[in-house]
Design a protein around this ligand. Sequence first.
Ligand code: GFP
Ligand code: GFP
Length: 841
Amino acid sequence: FSPSGFKTKDEFEACITDVGNSGLRAEDLITGRMRPACRDHIGKIPIQLAAYSGTALAFRDRLIIDWNKTQQRQTFDDQKRIYYLSLEFLMGRTLDNAMLNVGLKKVAKEGLDDLGFRIEDVINQEHDAALGNGGLGRLAACFLDSLASLNYPAWGYGLRYRYGIFKQDIENGYQVEIPDYWLDFNPWEFARHDVTVDVQFYGWVNKHTDDDGKQVVSWQDGELVTAVAYDVPIPGYGTSTVNNLRLWSSKASSGEFDFSKFNSGDYESAVADQQRAETISAVLYPNDNLERGKELRLKQQYFWCAASLHDIVRRFKKTQRKWSEFPDQVAIQLNDTHPTLAIVELQRILIDKEGLEWDVAWGIVTKTFGYTNHTVLPEALEKWSVPLFQNLLPRHLQIIYDINLFFLQGVERRFPKDREMLGRVSIIEESQPKMVRMAYLAIVGSHKVNGVAELHSDLIKTTIFKDFVKIYGPDKFTNVTNGITPRRWLHQANPRLSELIASKLGGYDFLKDLTLLNKLEPFVDDKDFKKEWAEIKYANKVRLAQHILKTTGVSVNPKALFDVQVKRIHEYKRQQLNIFGVIRRYLTIKALKPEERKKVLPRVSIFGGKAAPGYWMAKTIIHLINKVGEVVNNDPDVGDLLKVIFIEDYNVSKAEIITPASDISEHISTAGTEASGTSNMKFVLNGGLIIGTLDGANIEITREIGEQNVFLFGNLSEDVEDLRHNHFYGESHVDPELAKVFDTIKAGTFGDEGAFSALIAAIAEHGDYYLVSDDFHSYCSTQDLIDESYKNQDEWLSKSILSVARMGFFTSDRCINEYADSIWNIEPLQVKDEDEVRART
Ligand code: GFP
Ligand code: GFP
């Protein structure tokens, strides 16, 4: 190991030993209280980063050994594997997780202590791997953790973006996006220059008949781009299984770097070709639940699907099995429609390259794929223009037309009288230009389609995919309610709570079987336990308060009720409802006499989340939150009674600080719009209560933990359509309390009122699509109820404890087992060698 700045390992170790012997801390190193010989190096290398590198590389070494063993075991055992295709993997940091999963965090802590480092400082050196936008990408990361922890033979396939989701700065209340270059030092990936795939784009299709009279189709010319594999080890918890996440990076194929251009002096154009190839895996698209139909995005999708499929097929062919056995060996899950091209690509490989008959090939394809839908929002459903397809992927377009033709012929036979059905379910939308409907293609090419929470899975069957239920019958459509990994979201994020629970349950088995949490129920009457529970929450709030002070300069009182809404900013998630509620609270406090204010429960409203760079309304919401914060936080009438905080650059590692510190968190989407939500689960698992609408997984959380432990409000999903209809055709008026809030904004209380006029107009003039006004009254009175409930701390604590005790269902382990049984038909690969199963705590 030789971090830059040290010429030799000995030199580095001497420096570290110096630090250790002298009892100096990292701060001391920076201020220079150390031997001059050592100090010489300090200007050259951030010492904390060196400590991080050393620790990470030590853990990486251990992972590699188990990783190799796991891969060999899976290869020799040769049982069915699951391949999880996801354009997003929101992994966050790795070191802490690796230490906990391997079971050696304590050892690392002691070792670092000896050297004079605080383990927290070392962990904080790591850059988040933020290869995702929000829930969908984080779900994929939780699934990888569960797949490895449960010993399933599983691979993730994704893209190795050079830039992950942008870093968010707030300037004058506005969001500013900054590129996130995260690869400076990333010890967790291995470049596999030996694993490359050439991926073709553009060109044309040649069809001819060979000497035996068989039709031969080949895709010719065009451009080649090389995919290089980067492997990321995924350690399971309490097992030696280490699975693989393979991320593809694009580079010019050796065939493409045109040396003749180079030699003839056209250097610039030769380099431009190179850059064009590298652009494919350069950036993660930062749009959340919005598809814009950009060519580069389609290129990304095909590049990744083609490389992954090639790899999967190569691995299958090593076993020399018959093609008919492919679905017995391979399950591929499509995380949303982004990887739908994988269906077409497999069909292409089987018919064009392997010479299978269409029907035989299609039988294999449809048995292999499963498709998960994550949204019913129309703007999020992917469609690609036919001319774009024709140009970029001419052979795939032909195959899609054929898939569609055979599918529609089948539909016509079954529903001869319903002519309109054909137009409705066609994979090709007859618009101008024509469009390929990717969700329909995903349904037709998969054997199972699942939603991510009960309500959502019901909604897709009765709305967007209604016709397909008629065609295929209801069994093709199923539900797998989302989950989260308790390793990261309880054990890692909230170590003290995890420890307290373990002390009562007699160990950490609950991290592998979360239903064991129900054994906590009897402790709800245990005074000492309750006291400790409360102390832990308080300590977590203090930690968050420190973070807030450091990053925003605002001092918040940790005794106040912490009310948190952190997630992507979106009108359907309704941060606007929250901030309007905050303004109403502010007006209420202002209207009170000083002695009445003493009775008000102090509250800190905490927001965090990124807006898609082109989503103006979301950016306006961020702006309003910040402007309200500026006014409220500096109003002497208000003092500690209300603070409004916007935490910049919300990401996974910030979520790990924020989640354990909430008293109340908000999951307040318009009913029927949030497919599941997963942060709702994280907050409750950390002893926070939630305020929510009857939407997504809120409904199942309520069922599990009991209605008395949740603060529900708002209209139901079945009423949404009528309400919207009334807004347009009936009489609608803005809720009077909300109207007062609007008047305050319009009066310029929070600065230039023009800046917020679109936000108000969307509700007051343009039909209030997200029903903010309809739900405002019920939202505010539920918030008032929360104030009252919080005053009774003993009862509040009981709710908190009982909720945690009843959250067992929401582990991603349960989800993965459901997928494995009902969709993938795969078994765990038990770690046979008992020696390998480490006794880990
Ligand atoms: C995988 C791993 C390799 C490993 C082999 C055999 O290869 O590193 O050597 O398994 O254990 F990536 P493929 O299955 O990808 O061929
Ligand atoms: C999407 C849905 C969420 C759902 C996640 C994971 O999240 O309701 O919980 O996928 O299934 F909208 P975002 O990517 O939009 O955050």
